[in-house]
Structures are given as C-alpha cells and as structure tokens.
Design a protein around this ligand. Structure first.
Ligand SMILES: *[C@@H]1O[C@H](CO)[C@@H](O)[C@H](O)[C@H]1NC(C)=O
Ligand SMILES: *[C@@H]1O[C@H](CO)[C@@H](O)[C@H](O)[C@H]1NC(C)=O
Ligand SMILES: *[C@@H]1O[C@H](CO)[C@@H](O)[C@H](O)[C@H]1NC(C)=O
Length: 216
C-alpha cells in the first residue's frame, strides 16, 4: 500500500513554487518591465493558484499586451483590458467553431455539439460587450442610482456557464480536442477578469473606488 506523507506533499509544493519562481525570473529578463500597478494587481490576484487557476505570468503578460495598462490609474482599467482580451478571444473562438462546423458536415453529433458552442461563444461576446460598458462607465453609487459594485464581477461570472456548456457538449464528440485551448484560455481570462474586478471593488482608495469620485 502506498501512502502519501503530508510532509512529502508539502515538500513537492515547495519545489513547485521554487521552480515557478525560477521560470518567472528567467522570463522576466527578456520581457519589458511591467509597470508597478500591473505587478501589484497580479501579485494580489494570482496569490492562490488553486482557486483562480491562472499564473502570475499569465496575468502580467495579458495586461502588458495592451498599452492602456501601463498608464492605468486604477484596477478598473486593468480589468477592462482583461475583459477586452477575453472578448477578442471569444470572437476568435466563434470563428473557429464556424470553421469546424464546415468541416464536420457528415458528423451529426459533432455538428450539433458545435452548434451549441457557437451559441455559447457568440452569446459570450455579447455579454462581454455589456460588461465592458458597465465597467467603462462605472461610478460610485449616488444614493440608489447606478449599478452596485458586485454587478461588475457578477457580469463576468455569467460567461462561466457558456464556457462550461460548450465543453460539456463537445466532451463526447470527436471535436473536443480542437477547442481545448479555447476552453483553457477563456476560463483563465474569465477568472482573471472577475478577480481584477473583485480586487477593484474591495481595494481602499486610491486604487479602488475612491479614484472614481469626480473631483469638483
Ligand atoms: C497604444 O497602442 C496602439 C496600437 O496598439 C496605438 O494605436 C496607440 O497610439 C497607443 N497608445 C498609446 C497611449 O501609446
Ligand atoms: C476560477 O476557475 C475555477 C475553475 O474553472 C472556478 O472553480 C473558480 O470559481 C474560478 N475562480 C474565480 C475567482 O473566478
Ligand atoms: C488583495 O487585495 C485586497 C484588497 O485590497 C486585500 O484585502 C487582500 O489582503 C490582498 N491579498 C493579497 C494576497 O495581497
């Protein structure tokens, strides 16, 4: 009988952390230096990998690929970058599903499963457009007007259903492998977006809500 000792589990955990740190440090040498607000946000949201399922590196490289991040004055702008990245990947995934449908005309099961994925992904694009607008125009509530802060991460969480629905529908069809990368990327981006929005609404000023109060 093989028993896994807690101590050896803890030890392999440490080794993994050390490995990750080394990989991150090496990668950092070849990339432009990320701005302070990106590093600060990514450090916070990627502190618990088993909960959020994306790495610090994924967070930094996603945010860094859009120059709005560099001059971001609050976490809301970073979340907007993540949401827009997710929207363009969902758009690309919809196009890929269309291509797969064209190639699967004789396979009824696959065609049907892909049809659900098209509905899921194109619906996700529309949802993310609404989320973008909500985040873009978010202001602190005055009285009972405007959206409540928790609607921000809540909006992104609606896409989780779409992501998982497509994965479930294609699981037993022969085409699931063709959409695996889309599934993984969209899941990570959904987690990154909602984590950044949660960070934004729970942070004290000046990085959180306080920044949005218009000064007069
Ligand atoms: C950001 O990058 C885009 C192209 O990706 C460019 O058109 C735009 O001028 C840049 N904005 C700033 C503020 O550097
Ligand atoms: C991240 O993704 C996992 C698996 O998809 C999910 O269980 C978890 O709730 C997500 N976390 C956040 C913060 O969205
Ligand atoms: C992340 O930020 C929140 C809000 O400012 C804070 O409460 C929390 O302790 C931070 N977590 C980490 C791991 O830095």
């Amino acid at each position: 009988m093989k028993t896994v000792q807690p101590i050896s589990l803890a030890f392999s955990g440490i080794v993994i952390i050390l490995l990750c740190t080394t990989i991150t440090a090496q990668a950092a040498d070849t990339k432009p230096i990320a701005s302070g607000i990106i590093l600060e946000a990514c450090k916070n949201v990627s502190s618990d990998f088993f909960k959020v399922r994306f790495t610090h590196d994924f967070c930094v490289s996603t945010l860094q690929s859009d120059n709005r991040s560099t001059n971001a004055k609050d976490y809301r702008i970073l979340a907007l970058v993540a949401v827009d990245t997710m929207k363009s990947q969902a758009t690309a995934a919809t196009a890929k599903v269309d291509k797969l449908i064209q190639g699967a005309t004789k396979d009824k099961t696959a065609t049907r499963a892909l049809g659900f994925c098209r509905v899921d992904y194109s619906g996700m694009v529309s949802t993310l457009e609404i989320c973008h607008d909500i985040i873009q125009s978010f202001e602190i509530r005055k009285g009972n007007e405007g959206v409540t802060p928790f609607l921000l991460p809540g909006c992104i969480e609606k896409t989780t259903k779409d992501i998982n629905d497509c994965a479930d529908k294609t699981e037993f069809a022969s085409i699931s492998v063709g959409l695996m990368k889309e599934y993984e990327d969209l899941s990570m981006l959904a987690n990154l977006s909602s984590s950044l929005l949660l960070l934004f609404i729970t942070s004290p000023p000046p990085r959180g809500l306080g920044l949005d109060i218009p000064s007069d």
